[in-house]
Design a protein around this ligand. Structure first.
Ligand SMILES: [Zn+2]
Length: 604
């Protein structure tokens, strides 16, 4: 890092003949103090020198890569003051939520501002998803750098240097590099923002995948989640991912994982938890209780595969990233859909799960995608991803997006006589483009067709840009699998047929129902007040559902729900669970089907 900037400095001087003093005058560095966890505030000092009128605005991000939502970190700023080198205050005008204009910026020497952590801030409107937020606590701090540190107008590409004042007994997990003076450094704001920090009483473990040093840093409130255990369970999975990737696009990669106890999790009122990908790391904020942690290894695989896309294959719309005005790329089907497909299929191809288990994952994804709007194409969903109406629909990239990629893979294998599937095409494109060569947003589909077959144009028009139902019946038959719409589940626990989630007011709400339950009169958006005579709260909902699980088929569950201004009483009958969208091997398969299935089972 230091070497690169020194090199740029020398060659710049050489070419332009500008004197060293003039160039050195633009200097910006940051100091973030989190020594006192009790005040729950990041104290930020920005040291600046040599700024001109073009740089007179200090920005905090409105959105950041991978979140596809409005975050507006300016909302969390508590105080903001600018000073000249004599300590005199300079006039500052807050010109929008995330922007501060500094008068006489050429005199600026220092900005001091306080910014709250997002986990427990008093802001209820569009909450920041925890893995993109910040949390200050006695035993750990989650520090997404973009949520605390901003940049001056016109200087997004300037190298970033940050001193961090923190509890020296703590362990730090981050992919940021330290310079010889103990500052965290990055070649630009984009790079800096791409590198979160987790610090605290952490456990750590490491492994190697291909030539990539992989580190795991874990905070667990009760010590029940431990880096060594998590890595032990994930290691074979990560090795399968390494095999799928086939080379080492980065030299290091860190998992930063923060597990929260039940009380904190509910107090903070998270709408969700999960992981956010970065180029050299990913940050997980997970509930550390109940069954929630079960999917963590799958998520580790998914996040790891993001080193291929968007890191090494992305549109010119997202590089350099527009932190000020959310700008959507239509290619989320690639960034999220292909990534999610890859993390599943590579488990089958790597021998970690059987074909049957893979097909079950595929069925589950099709079933989940039934709950989303069918009239939105993947590209429309991409382009509208910042609009509030669509927020929850975004999750369909992990369902329909992944199933679409699975079908595209089958079509490519068929057209290439089993020699070149989606993985090969994808890796070829990664090679053609890479980290610093974005593809043109509007031409990517043409590029994709040029790199494959003319028939793929129709696939894109129908299923990625269009909303035709996916051809899984026809396509899976090419591999010798039958499709069955619905069969009684092996799981004999009676079903209530209700999905409960949380709305934007932190209330429990009916998110979806199956057909039988919908026929009983329960509607999406209903707010459960009483179930089986017990008043429903966030704390007892799991206990209530536990009681329902001990009941028998045919028994009735009485519910009182709020619907608008009305209270409605509904009786739901416990019924047999059904599995939907099932794939089973055909009794006899042709030579051709066998050949394609063999190719599909291999790491192509
Ligand atoms: Zn992802």
């Amino acid at each position: 890092m230091k070497k690169i900037s020194a090199f740029i400095l020398i060659s710049f001087l050489f070419i332009s003949g500008i004197n060293l003093e003039a160039f050195q005058t633009v200097q910006v560095s940051f100091e973030v103090n989190v020594l006192n966890y009790e005040d729950d505030i990041f104290h930020v000092t920005v040291y600046a020198e040599g700024l001109t009128d073009e740089n007179n605005i200090y920005n905090l991000p409105s959105t950041v890569p991978g979140t596809y939502s409005l975050l507006d970190f300016g909302r969390f700023v508590k105080s903001f003051n600018a000073y000249d080198k004599y300590g005199n205050e300079l006039e500052v005008e807050r010109i929008s939520t995330n922007r501060w204009e500094i008068s006489n910026v050429h005199k600026l020497s220092k900005i001091k501002y306080d910014i709250e952590d997002t986990f427990d801030a008093d802001i209820t409107e569009y909450q920041v998803i925890p893995m993109a937020g910040t949390g200050i606590n006695e035993n750990y701090i989650v520090l997404n750098t973009f949520a605390v540190v901003g940049f001056f107008e016109g200087l997004q590409s300037l190298p970033v240097k940050m001193k961090l004042d923190y509890n020296p007994d703590w362990t730090i997990g981050t992919s940021l590099q330290l310079d010889e003076n103990g500052n965290y450094v990055a070649e630009s704001y984009d790079y800096f923002a791409d590198s979160p920090i987790l610090m605290g009483d952490l456990t750590t473990a490491s492994t190697t995948v291909n030539d990539i040093e992989v580190g795991v840093y874990v905070y667990s409130p009760d010590g029940s989640k431990d880096a060594t255990n998590i890595l032990e369970l994930a290691d074979t999975l990560l090795q399968a991912m390494g095999k799928y990737v086939g080379y080492s696009p980065v030299t290091r990669y860190n998992y930063l994982m923060c597990f929260l106890d039940e009380k904190t999790f509910h107090e903070i009122g998270f709408e969700g938890a999960g992981a956010l990908e970065h180029s050299y790391s990913s940050l997980f904020v997970y509930p550390g209780f109940g069954q929630f942690g079960a999917g963590v290894q799958d998520d580790m695989a998914h996040e790891f595969l993001h080193i291929l896309t968007p890191l090494n294959l992305h549109s010119n719309i997202i590089e350099p990233f527009n932190f000020e005005t959310p700008t959507a790329s239509e290619h989320l089907w690639l960034y999220e859909g292909v990534t999610e497909w890859g993390s599943d299929i590579s488990q089958m191809r790597g021998g970690l799960i059987s074909t049957d288990q893979y097909l079950k994952k595929l069925s589950a994804k099709i079933s989940h995608s039934d709950n989303f709007r069918q009239d939105l194409s993947l590209t429309d969903l991409s382009l509208d991803v910042y609009s509030e109406v669509i927020t929850m629909q975004f999750l369909n990239f992990y369902e329909k997006g992944a199933v679409t990629a699975a079908m595209l893979d089958i079509r490519l294998l068929e057209l290439s006589n089993g020699t070149r599937g989606l993985r090969d095409v994808f890796l070829d494109l990664v090679e053609q483009y890479g980290k610093s060569k974005p593809f043109p947003e509007d031409e990517f589909f043409d590029i994709f067709v040029e790199n494959t077959y003319p028939e793929i144009e129709e696939f894109i028009e129908d299923y990625i840009e269009g909303t035709k139902p996916l051809p899984y019946v026809e396509y899976m038959a090419k591999l010798g699998f039958n499709y069955i719409d619905e069969i009684p589940s092996e799981n004999t626990t009676p079903a209530l047929g209700v999905q409960i989630g949380m709305n934007e007011h932190q209330q429990l709400v009916v998110m979806g129902t199956d057909e039988i339950t919908a026929n009983s009169g329960l509607k999406e958006g209903d707010i459960p007040l009483k179930i089986l005579g017990t008043e429903v709260t966030m704390e007892n909902i799991r206990e209530i559902f536990g009681r329902i699980r001990t009941m028998k088929l045919g028994e009735t569950v009485n519910m009182i729900v709020q619907r608008g201004d009305e209270e409605v009483e509904i009786n739901l009958v416990l019924h047999q669970r059904m599995d939907r969208h099932i794939f089973q091997s055909m009794d006899t398969i042709t030579e051709q089907q066998k050949k394609l299935r063999d190719a599909w089972s291999k790491n192509l």
